[in-house]
Design a protein around this ligand. Structure first.
Ligand SMILES: [Zn+2]
Length: 470
């Protein structure tokens, strides 16, 4: 039994569409006696809550002594009498993935475009975006076509498709008027009967067969990875937020890109433009709207004494910045990093990435471009991932500095060290000691400043300690 559950969890984790029932699960707690307690979430109305639990506004209002159903508060606990989970028409939350359209979502959830549009105040259904949370009334359309058209992908068989869509194999065969011995081939169209709620609702143009962005929504100052699969060999290029999206292609049809979102980038919805060039010259352009959230970074003021103040002089800082930016913007096709990154120091974190900074009562026009670790002078600086040393020298502002190129546009820097143990050209391994903590350069005390650039943009390196890329 445990194996079956584990297998099902694995299958659901592999499905491209992502259905979030976490909000419902977190906010709804069944109590003894058959009553459910619902904690009101942001943007919820009594109408939506009633729909979700298959009950009425009046029933909830009466059970909770609410005089005016227009006024409920976020965090308020509501008793839901006779709550029905997964009731027909119950509202669920679906997070939009790249390539999904309202039309396909309506088909997958057996509802209508109008229902999705009105429940989410959407005036133009073409303008949904990846990372958007849509309220969808599952099964609301009695007359909706209870099947979707599916494009077979490379390596798939009828049984694997049946498992993927949680449909019985014989229903899949009947829906397509075929037998188990009928050969299926990539790009063949198949009807999937009564698609499960978490089925693929994407509508990608050929030659794309999958398009994933993670994490989604994207966040200011963080890295996103893009993984696109095509039916055959292709070359991909793209742009997002004014920067190029640089792809690495493996096995001809697997395309990966890492993209850094600037800490000062605006939050909002931005078009990611991808162009796919096939060997015969066919070009396919695709624009996907992607949500970028605010990083919620704090502010701080740094006081530098008169001596260090000279290191705020642009004539000192600018040439060093240009040199460092050039080295940190390297793009090497070989990938050295593998899996999660380690920490470069065992010291406590004393300053996070992204904090808006003012120096000596100046304006908050800079931000902390890395993560600071406390550490006694002489404690080890460790390479968090494999790579090639591309800079190892003393700089006026950054002190004794080391820069490691990890490949695929991922470059990390280590500032203010006492000693540097590596030389330019050295190949370092994850966990290798590369230097010692110090207070050289523009520093107010012994610490290691760890910095990461992705495709020429400074990002939060700690994300890489917690999330596996690509
Ligand atoms: Zn720092």
């Amino acid at each position: 039994m445990r194996h079956i559950i584990a297998a099902l969890l694995m299958i659901s984790a592999l499905l491209p569409g992502s259905v979030s029932r976490t909000a419902a699960q977190e906010s709804a707690q069944p109590t003894t006696g058959g009553t459910t307690v619902h904690v009101v979430q942001r943007d919820e109305t009594l109408y939506r809550i009633a729909l979700r639990y298959g009950t009425t506004i009046d029933a909830i209002a009466e059970a909770n002594g609410i005089a005016d159903p227009r006024y409920i508060a976020v965090g308020q606990r509501l008793l839901i009498p006779n709550a029905q989970f997964n009731a027909p028409g119950a509202l669920i939350t679906h997070q939009v993935m790249p390539g999904e359209s309202v039309i396909r979502l309506a088909a997958a959830y057996q509802t209508t475009v109008d229902q999705i549009a009105s429940a989410n105040y959407i005036t133009n259904p073409a303008l949904i975006y990846a990372g958007q949370d849509l309220m969808i009334s599952q099964g609301a359309a009695e007359t909706a076509d209870a099947r979707i058209l599916y494009r077979v992908q490379s390596g798939e068989t009828l049984p694997t498709i049946a498992v993927k869509y949680n449909v019985r194999l014989n229903k899949l065969l009947t829906a397509n008027n075929i037998t188990l011995t009928t050969p299926v081939f990539p790009n063949q169209r198949l009807w999937i009967p009564r698609a499960a709620a978490d089925s693929d609702a994407t509508d990608l143009p050929l030659p794309l067969t999958s398009y994933a962005i993670a994490p989604i929504p994207a966040v200011q100052g963080q890295t996103i990875s893009i993984h696109i699969t095509t039916t055959g060999p292709a070359t991909l290029s793209g742009t997002f937020m004014g920067y190029p999206v640089q792809f690495i292609t493996q096995d001809g049809n697997q395309h990966f890109a890492l993209f850094g979102i600037h800490a000062f980038a605006a939050s909002g919805i931005f078009p990611m433009q991808i162009t796919i060039l096939e060997p015969d010259g066919t070009q396919t352009a695709l624009t996907e709207r992607v949500r970028v959230n605010d990083g919620g970074y704090g502010t701080e003021t740094i006081s530098l004494d008169t001596e260090l103040n000279d290191l705020l002089n642009p004539q000192v800082t600018e040439p060093e910045w240009e040199r460092v930016a050039m080295v940190m913007s390297a793009f090497t096709a070989q990938r050295y990093f593998d899996g999660l990154m380690g920490l470069p120091s065992t010291g406590a974190i004393t300053s996070q990435f992204g904090t808006r900074r003012a120096y000596n009562e100046g304006t908050l026009d800079s931000f902390h471009s890395g993560t600071d670790f406390a550490g006694g002078p002489g404690s080890s600086v460790v390479a968090p991932a494999a790579g090639v040393v591309v800079l190892a020298e003393e700089l006026p502002v950054r002190g004794n500095a080391t820069i490691i190129d990890h490949g695929w546009g991922v470059v990390t820097g280590y500032w203010h060290q006492t000693e540097i143990y590596v030389n330019v050209g050295d190949v370092v391994t994850a966990g290798q000691i590369i230097g010692t903590v110090g207070s050289t350069g523009r520093s107010t005390g012994p610490h290691l400043h760890w910095e990461m650039w992705i495709g020429g943009v400074q990002v939060d390196p700690m994300q890489w300690v917690q999330q596996r890329f690509p």
